[in-house]
Design a protein around this ligand. Sequence first.
Ligand code: ADP
Length: 486
Amino acid sequence: MGRALKILFTTSELYPLVKTGGLADVAQGLTEALHELGTDVRLCLPAYRSVLDKLAPPHQLAQFHIEGCRFPVRLLLTRLPGEDLPLYLVDIPEYFDRVGGPYGTAEGDDWPDNPARFAAFCRVCAALAQGRLDPDWQPEVVHSNDWQTALVPALLALEPRRPACVFTIHNLAYQGRFPAETFSRLALPAPLWAPDGLEFYGDLSFIKGGLLFADWLTTVSPTYAQEIQTPQFGYGLDPILRWRRERLVGILNGVDYRQWDPRRDPFIPAHYGPDDLSGKAKDKAALCRQFHLEGDPESPVAAFIGRLVEQKGVDLILDALPTLLEAGLRLVILGTGDAGLEQRVRRAAEAHPGRVAAHLGYSEPLAHLMEAGADLFLMPSRFEPCGLNQIYSLRYGTVPVVHRTGGLADSVVDATEATLAHGSATGFQFHPATPEALIEAVSRALILYPHRQRWQTLMQQGMRQDFSWQRAAAHYLALYRRALGG
Ligand code: ADP
């Protein structure tokens, strides 16, 4: 075996230390799988207060000042708890040692100094990537993620010799766009202010740093890689993505089956698997008790879990609700988000006690119970770069009904006469993202549902799918080698 490939993975989130969305899961799952593949992969994360609180005091590697940041910086080195992965922490207390989330207050307002916070983080990552901070280690590949670390490839592009750069888009909707004067306030290198640099319609765009300067771009599903090249999904960045399409690939995320498998899930009352489904009925009963659902225990229960924002399309479910209830469906919703959507969900539950129930909060235990106990999982996202819950649902035999977009299109096989006969069907897809199309797909599911044998075959086909990180990590490793010209 050759020398272990050295990879620096820069991220603003990392499960289980700090998480707001899928990026945190990718940062953990992908790096761990890369480590298992024999690479020397290391993570770099801001030293948020909530992160330091969860760790033993880390070792201080260096203390220094960087350009554009008036506060002193410390680089810390520790290991990700439970894993064997080295973790660098960028400690700038003025930026990261505060109460609240990684990007904003508990109330949901962005931190006003976000550009300064993440520009400083990127500068430290770039210096680390150039071997200037840790005398014992220099990466050959730097993998950055989303706008918060998108300046890393841009800063490295100014260096005569630098590691290969890979940039992953987890959600193009978040771009790190700020007024033009931010650029000079951050004292970013002057050559980067150009239309083929960080300037975007007169503003500063962090994400453009990744899109233009990384050697390779990836996003989290093949379909999303195509969609973001169109005006509908590209938010004005689609011309750049079309221009770079030869260097843009979609790699479907993996999931962590150690946490999401009904054969050993500690959050659910009864375990089950594809060869013995009997436990699922007990979990369904527990779910119905938990949410005070009434009615025939055999009648189908559908679940929705996710952020209550326009992207996730929960409003389509609410618009379709009268028809879905008439068809005999019961519904449980778990999520938090926009006040207006929360209010609509609350009203729907109040209007249909025993048929519709909701928990407006964040709850891992309930998410697991719902995945195990429900019959159908509704995911009508208007766009979905990858999505995790539909993949969990497959493993739990909770048949997904999804809008045919992004990672939803790539992970669920629509049940048609042909795919059912062939045994490849795993769920139901619909298009476009309208209540009518959703109703049509749910109706197809409800027609099949009473045919227990055929329904079970559909469940089992989904349960046997493998979306583990090993598969995705092998794709990334091949891409790193390509980026190095190997
Ligand atoms: P996104 O990253 O766009 O929010 P994903 O489907 O990729 O969507 O990942 C969301 C993750 O967060 C999933 O693991 C999902 O179960 C979880 N999640 C979202 N909302 C809640 C909630 N209210 N309670 C528990 N888990 C949630």
